[in-house]
Design a protein around this ligand. Structure first.
Ligand code: HEC
Length: 185
């Protein structure tokens, strides 16, 4: 084997390496794009389903209000913040729903939260007990897919949409329902 052919061979190897890196870069840069697309345009059916779970199955509205503006529907419930002005991004919203806020009145909706340590940042029920943080029970536990649909609903109809008014109320419910009467036309 000559020195020359060795060098040629290593050049070919290097070129292949560069190609592989370029291919990775294309895949990597395409991934956030598709994620952003699903975030800006969720399936309307998922949004409707998320809204329904928010109002009924998970009963988020009892604490956060039907408009998610922090006007709770049950005075016995803890004061919950408006989600319209939250600064959380999607991952933060999903995490808050899954793991709740131990010791602060926000229930954890993932059935495995704090049971499977991997779910909530390595924290377990034993850790919560040790630090005296109580965990409120959710109305129902939710599948990851249901939590994603609630996030779709929140980002489409609640977060960053400003205060509720009559026009937004009609859009929110899909018609001029009784709940919209409190807002001036
Ligand atoms: C029993 C009352 C209660 C229910 C039910 C409830 N929450 Fe909460 N939620 C709270 C409270 C109280 C906080 C504030 C916790 C804190 O101080 O950190 C909170 C915080 C949050 C936050 C974090 C907001 C932020 O900006 O940090 C999100 C997101 C949230 N809730 C979404 C939901 C969703 C979605 C549901 C239904 C799946 C739900 N909550 C059900 C009481 C509740």
């Amino acid at each position: 084997m000559t020195v020359e052919s060795n060098r040629q061979r290593s050049w070919r190897g290097a070129a292949r390496g560069v190609l592989a890196i370029a291919a990775c870069a294309v895949v990597w840069s395409a991934a956030p794009l598709t994620q952003a697309q699903t975030q800006t345009a969720p399936d309307p059916q998922d949004v409707a389903e998320g809204m329904s779970i928010y109002r009924t199955k998970a009963d988020c509205q009892t604490c956060h209000g039907w408009a998610a503006d922090g006007r709770k529907m049950d005075t016995q419930m803890p004061d919950a913040p408006s989600l319209r002005t939250t600064r959380l991004g999607r991952a933060g919203i999903v995490y808050a729903i899954k793991c709740g806020r131990p010791g602060r009145g926000m229930p954890a909706f993932d059935r495995q939260a704090y049971k499977d340590a991997a779910r909530c940042n390595g924290t377990t029920l034993a850790d919560l007990q040790k630090s005296g943080q109580s965990l409120s029970d959710p109305a129902a536990t939710l599948q990851p897919r249901e939590i994603e649909m609630i996030a779709d609903f929140l980002f489409e109809k609640v977060i960053g949409k400003g205060a509720m008014d009559h026009a937004k109320c009609v859009e929110y419910w899909g018609e001029d329902v009784d709940a919209c009467r409190e807002f001036a036309k």
